[in-house]
Write a protein that binds this ligand. Sequence first.
Ligand SMILES: CC(C)(COP(=O)(O)OP(=O)(O)OC[C@H]1O[C@@H](n2cnc3c(N)ncnc32)[C@H](O)[C@@H]1OP(=O)(O)O)[C@@H](O)C(=O)NCCC(=O)NCCS
Length: 141
Amino acid sequence: MRVMETALSADVLALLEASGLPTKDLRAGRPITFLAASLNGELLGCVGYESSRDVVLLRSLATQPMSQGSGLGLQLVMELQQHAKAAGGRTVFLLTTTAAPFFERLGYEWIARDGAPAFIAASTQFSGLCPGSAQLMTRRL
Ligand SMILES: CC(C)(COP(=O)(O)OP(=O)(O)OC[C@H]1O[C@@H](n2cnc3c(N)ncnc32)[C@H](O)[C@@H]1OP(=O)(O)O)[C@@H](O)C(=O)NCCC(=O)NCCS
């Protein structure tokens, strides 16, 4: 299995849709860097981020149902953190409705939505695609 930067492929889009994650803004919105985990050409999971200067928005994390529970989700987030840090990122933010305990294990903490920096508050995830009930979490790199 290897994790590599990838373009937004049909495979990635299909996985995100099947996982119930927002996809409407992926082609037309702000630039997103995607990392994909694959084995023998088969997509096992993906994660993406938008960034501006040192602020990073983690989004689009999904693993195939048959791969879940084997540590791939954790690995993808750690790979993303390394990738974003190497590109100048210093603080990661994310919105989640279902996976807060998963991200707590990775050192993410909840913060109030009105504490979001402008780049995060202006994201489509924050302003519309994720419900108002989604929790905002953050972690320093
Ligand atoms: C969230 C998701 C990416 C986790 O992927 P995964 O490959 O199962 O993650 P891991 O195997 O690395 O999980 C590590 C641990 O976190 C736990 N965990 C996984 N998802 C969790 C969740 N939503 N809430 C709480 N714990 C979770 C796992 O059970 C595992 O625990 P264990 O080590 O005690 O067995 C995957 O469930 C998924 O694609 N979900 C649908 C899309 C989604 O909700 N994405 C997050 C949007 S912000």
